[in-house]
Design a binder for this molecule. Structure first.
Ligand code: DGL
Length: 272
């Protein structure tokens, strides 16, 4: 069991921010990553569509015989949170780890959340924070242009397009007094520098990828299934669209220049 891979999925490249942190914490783990690049973005779609896509993604990872499934996607985690996590495999989304970290980080109990439209509409982060502690005020803003911009590889904090897009979306936080901002979408850490510049250096950013990696480590440890290998783990990437585009932008995300093992699959073949 312990040498089975960790399965990670996202609508596209965003989940790589979680993968990167998982690799940092657990370099010896084998990893299978699926990015549903032919159907990204999920965040502008209906709850029903996102749930159907997520079930197929989970079904694919189960076919890869993984020991844990990580929904490294704020949008998927927000939808799945409402139904039971009964996948017969260890499972986590990004919601719980991220909200717990935000509660620890905020001194004035004013937390901002940015995410996709579906995530913000679901109120998932707000509901969970207030369930954990009702004394926190949560301000939420959806940022529908962030994911397409990032998937296209426009991520440099000096880029005028990045600056302007971030400015427009974060405008609503002026005068809220938040001291903590949850990056409620796993794509957003890629433009965290631009977000930090706009929101101000005194606001703490919570990176869902980083928090989820810690959470996964603890889950594997508690279940006694951390890898026993001493060599570096293997990484296999699967996508539902062009492998070429994925490799090019994935390396920017991962900050590496590797020849990635990327294969294309037909995700519609996997049952809902
Ligand atoms: N990385 C996904 C998330 O965390 C992006 C969602 C999308 O595809 O719109 O929400």
């Amino acid at each position: 069991m312990y040498n089975k891979p960790i399965g990670i999925f996202d609508s596209g490249l965003g989940g790589l921010t979680a993968l990167k942190e998982i690799v940092k914490l657990m370099p010896n783990e084998n990893i299978v990553y699926f990015g549903d690049t032919s159907r990204v973005p999920y965040g502008s779609k209906s709850r029903e569509t996102i749930l159907n896509y997520s079930m197929q993604d989970i079904s694919f990872l189960k076919s890869m015989n993984v020991k844990i499934i990580v929904a490294a996607c704020g949008t998927v985690s927000s939808m799945l949170n409402e139904i039971s996590n009964n996948y017969n495999t260890l499972f986590t989304g990004v919601l719980e780890p991220t909200c717990q970290a935000a509660l620890r980080a905020s001194d004035n109990h004013k937390i901002g959340v940015i995410g996709t439209t579906a995530t913000i509409k679901s109120n998932s982060y707000k509901k969970l924070i207030n369930k954990l502690d009702s004394s926190y005020t949560v301000y939420q803003v959806d940022c529908p242009l962030f994911v397409p911009m990032i998937e296209y590889g426009i991520i440099n904090s000096d880029d005028v397009l990045v600056k302007e897009t971030v400015k427009r979306h974060l405008h609503s936080f002026i005068n809220t007094g938040i001291d903590t901002l949850i990056l409620g979408c796993t794509h957003y850490p890629i433009i965290s520098e631009a977000i930090q510049n706009e929101i101000g250096q005194n606001v703490k950013l919570i990176d869902s990828g980083k928090e989820t990696a810690r959470f996964v480590y603890n889950l594997l440890k508690d279940n006694n299934i951390l890898s026993h290998k001493s060599e570096i783990g293997q990484k296999h990437f699967f996508v539902s669209d062009s492998t070429e585009n994925f490799s090019r932008i994935a390396n920017i995300f991962l900050g590496e220049n590797f020849k990635l093992d990327v294969k294309k699959i037909d995700i519609n073949q996997y049952s809902i």
